[in-house]
Design a protein around this ligand. Structure first.
Ligand SMILES: [Zn+2]
Length: 449
């Protein structure tokens, strides 16, 4: 078989890998490179519709034209999507029409995809299939079929899967992204039994999220993030202050913890911002939004203004969850910091970032400037009330020892972020270039039978 590493091997973003097996090819993920999109938004000030051509022009899409060059575009039989983050699903609306192949994901991932398609007014010709966590999809190849398992694994959004494609040459496993969290607040712990079972069958290759392979630790569980939030929300003096929290819109478990503690504070909870609306309504649609009756939601301009006016009058009894944890231009927190919305921060108001700034220059600069503007009003900022959704080095060690893949392909980062995974593999007996393969975007790895 051949493995084409299309995107996500030189950067954090635009994830895409292709498995080629004689007459058939299978695409795993098609994501956006988000820093490029953020820069585009800034240049344009207001949002306009994106097109494939513009997104390709700024390097926001994985360069799948390689498949045309290799003459395998027409061999693609399925596009499997591992989870609902935009760096894995976000390019689907602009690229998938090029393939005569179904799109397959878990219910949450597909709901999020449907909402993006609606927002962007895009209709795709591809069939769309939903597979429950731990379910299996049959890929119809030219002369044979393949079973693709969506093994439940933990990450920072709902219904994340480790993909396991059963081929005559062994299983190809795709754990991009994941962490090993036995207490994920929502959803089930990783399905270790399924991993052991496919390990027994024989894993030909493991493509694995190695972003934090240099961090010598086990990534803490989401229950730790919940405890951090509890500390900041319930033990800090805040009874006369306004409270605003910005976090990842796709992190439904994190949002649940926020709502739970808001209720203990006896504050009414308001969610404002378009992307929050997108992910929360997707969760509601699949019955995975336990707090749906405890929040009020606003995403359109008028709704946002009317909610904020209400909050201004009831500052001490309200809590606002909003977009803008990365200081994104046009997000709610960004506009609040610029005085562009009908709410004024005051001395000692609490602003909690249940997030971490993504280490791309554009994010760092945006967040710093926003913080500076917010601090002028004398607010208290609580930053990094957060744990990561990506495995640390010791999770990666456990995963390799559990799954014992023949070949390892580190993914989800630039070369300097993936190199520590090569070192870890060496410790475990994988030789660099023989069984552990440090790949770049646009390369092909051939694995002999
Ligand atoms: Zn992710």
């Amino acid at each position: 078989m051949k493995i084409h590493t299309i995107g996500g091997f030189n950067e954090v973003g635009k994830n895409m890998t292709v498995i080629e097996l004689q007459d058939d090819a299978i695409i795993l993920d098609s994501g956006l490179y988000l820093p490029a999109v953020v820069e585009l938004q800034e240049a344009e000030q207001e949002q306009t519709a994106y097109t494939e051509k513009r997104l390709r022009g700024i390097g926001a899409l994985p360069d799948d034209l390689l498949l045309d060059k290799l003459g395998i575009r027409n061999k693609v039989r399925a596009i499997l999507i591992g989870h609902a983050h935009l760096d894995h699903v976000g390019a689907i609306p602009y690229m998938s029409y090029r393939y005569n192949a179904p799109l397959v994901g878990t219910p949450f991932t597909i709901e999020v995809l449907n909402r993006i398609l609606e927002d962007e007014k895009i209709r795709l010709p591809n069939q769309i299939h939903t597979i429950k966590p731990d379910g299996t999809f049959t890929i119809r190849g030219k002369n044979r079929n393949y079973q693709a398992e969506f093994i439940n694994i933990t990450h920072s959004t709902l219904q994340t899967s480790m993909l396991a494609i059963h081929t005559p040459e062994g299983v190809v496993a795709y754990a991009n992204d994941f962490k090993l969290d036995d207490n994920p607040v929502m959803g089930s712990p990783p399905n270790y039994n399924a991993m052991k079972r496919i390990a027994k069958e024989g894993i030909k290759a493991l493509i694995v999220d190695s972003l934090y392979s240099a961090s010598e630790r086990k990534t803490p569980s989401e229950k730790v993030a919940r405890a951090l939030l509890e500390e900041v929300m319930l033990t800090v003096k805040n009874e006369n202050s306004a409270m605003f929290i910005a976090t990842f819109s796709s992190h439904i478990a994190r949002l649940k913890s926020i709502v739970d503690f808001s209720k203990k504070l006896d504050r009414d909870v308001f969610f404002i911002g378009r992307s929050l609306n997108k992910y929360v309504s997707a969760a509601r649609k699949i019955n995975m939004c336990p707090f749906q009756n405890q929040i009020r939601m606003g995403s359109y301009k008028k709704q946002v203004a009317s909610i904020l006016k209400k909050v201004e009058k009831n500052r001490a009894n309200s809590l606002v969850v909003c977009t803008g944890h990365q200081g994104e231009p046009g997000s709610i927190m960004d506009r609040l910091s610029k005085g562009a919305l009908p709410f004024q921060f005051r001395h000692n108001d609490n602003i909690i970032f249940a997030s971490k700034t993504i280490p791309a220059p554009v994010n760092i600069a945006n967040k710093e400037q926003m913080d500076k503007r917010l601090k002028k009003a004398g607010v208290r900022i609580f930053d990094e009330v957060h744990v990561s959704g990506h495995a640390g080095r010791e999770d990666l060690r456990d995963l390799l020892e559990l799954m014992k893949p023949q070949n390892v392909i580190p993914s989800h980062g630039a070369t300097h972020q993936l190199t520590p995974m090569v070192e870890l593999c060496r410790e475990l007996g994988y030789r660099a270039g023989k069984e552990c393969h440090l790949m770049q975007d646009g390369q092909t790895l051939e694995l002999k039978k």
